[in-house]
Design a protein around this ligand. Sequence first.
Ligand SMILES: Cc1cc2nc3c(=O)[nH]c(=O)nc-3n(C[C@H](O)[C@H](O)[C@H](O)COP(=O)(O)OP(=O)(O)OC[C@H]3O[C@@H](n4cnc5c(N)ncnc54)[C@H](O)[C@@H]3O)c2cc1C
Length: 464
Amino acid sequence: MDQIAEKLKQIVGPGAWEDDEHALELNLTEGRGAIRGKARIMVSPANREQVADVVRACGETGVGIVPQGGNTGLCAGAVPDASGEQVILSLSRLNKIRKIDPLDFSIVAEAGCVLADMQAAARDADRFFPLSHGGEGSCQIGGNLSTNAGGINVLRYGTTRDLVLGVEVVLADGTIWDGIKTLRKDTAGYDLKQLFIGSEGSLGIITAVAMKLYPAPGEARTALVALNDAVDAVSLLSVCRAQLGDDVQAFELISSRAFEYVLRHIPDTQSPFPENFPWYVLVETANSARETSLEDTLGSAAGEGLIVNAVIAKNASESAKLWRIRHSISEAEKLEGAGAKHDIAVPIGKIQEFLLEGENRLRERVPDVRPVIFGHVGDGNLHYNMSLPHDVSKTAQEQMRQLASKIVYDLVTEMGGSISAEHGIGVLKKAYLKKYKSDVELGLMRSLKATLDPGNILNPGKVL
Ligand SMILES: Cc1cc2nc3c(=O)[nH]c(=O)nc-3n(C[C@H](O)[C@H](O)[C@H](O)COP(=O)(O)OP(=O)(O)OC[C@H]3O[C@@H](n4cnc5c(N)ncnc54)[C@H](O)[C@@H]3O)c2cc1C
């Protein structure tokens, strides 16, 4: 181990490695503190050639490499295991935007670019980069590809996968595959880039990406809408899409408990309504040259009894305050105490049934958990979380967590849904992937892994 560490230090040079456990603290734990690993060393290569050299050196000795972006992932995929023998490969120094081409509506960036910096670069070129979520100030575009991140604009622009035009990847044997192209159409053979999107660093190290840009969407209109019932959210979504089309770019459901946690724990947040409601939807539109406005649509929805109240932000600062409520939910949940998290997807048409049936099953079998539901209802993706009672032992909490997860994932599977809509598998959901994926799917995944990483050095122990 000492030999490999010395070799890696030489590859990346002084100032680009760290092997002190205390200095590495934030790199050894994931955000919620549920998993903590150890690492022999963390190296931060400056370019793709150095990444390739690191991978080759680790491959020669069979040392496991854990690629790490912003470490904002929610499944502990970027955290090393407990052996202390793995190497963290940080992509942070590969942070240049190589090219931005407004005519081509494309951007080429290194994997370590922070998502918010990509958004800003697109804005400076009078273009729009639509990937956006609560982790955007720290997560990196390579991490976003590796988890196929979703976020708030999927409804209109799709997930990360839909935005990728090309990738540059270092393979397990150190070969650099330069797949950076900005083509919109390319059916010459297999679409290899797809293998690396959503594979959580287990099939290759992404060193650069080419992605789509869009026209700047014009002024956004944001509204917070109050509802009596979550089922009305699905009907409202349908009305909004029918009347406003693709102008609807975000449609986020927030349960009263999630709303209440934010107001309780996050400073400077307040409800724009004088009273509480069972459910809220944060809806954002942009663009409109249409005759029908967001006000018209919400007005007619109120007339039909679909919504019970609504505020429309008058300016960017009011809009930011509404978004702050949505973006603070995860933090507020953490401050509330122990919980169970489920990032699930079901077909949009089945959300109503899922919510009703989920509530019934949980009430019957784990009545003490308190559901904290929110999410990207426009994508059929709910963060179907729950708070656990404070006044029971950790063991009892863990038993409730496991039972609740089984109930939720069984139901999701019955409804043709997914146990992970946008956060990935990492370590935390590995056992569930094994339980809920079919043998055929698991077999195909294992053969891909064996072909692309025969020595099992790329993020070993994650996903599969
Ligand atoms: C407050 C908050 C809100 C969030 N909201 C959302 C949301 O709405 N939607 C959503 O999808 N996610 C959300 N996330 C989760 C997280 O931000 C995403 O999963 C993000 O894509 C992770 O990027 P990262 O750079 O932090 O990756 P990391 O956490 O560093 O890594 C994630 C995985 O990708 C691998 N990896 C990282 N970089 C590379 C690379 N260059 N090559 C190969 N493998 C790599 C890692 O090994 C790991 O398996 C949120 C997180 C936070 C903290």
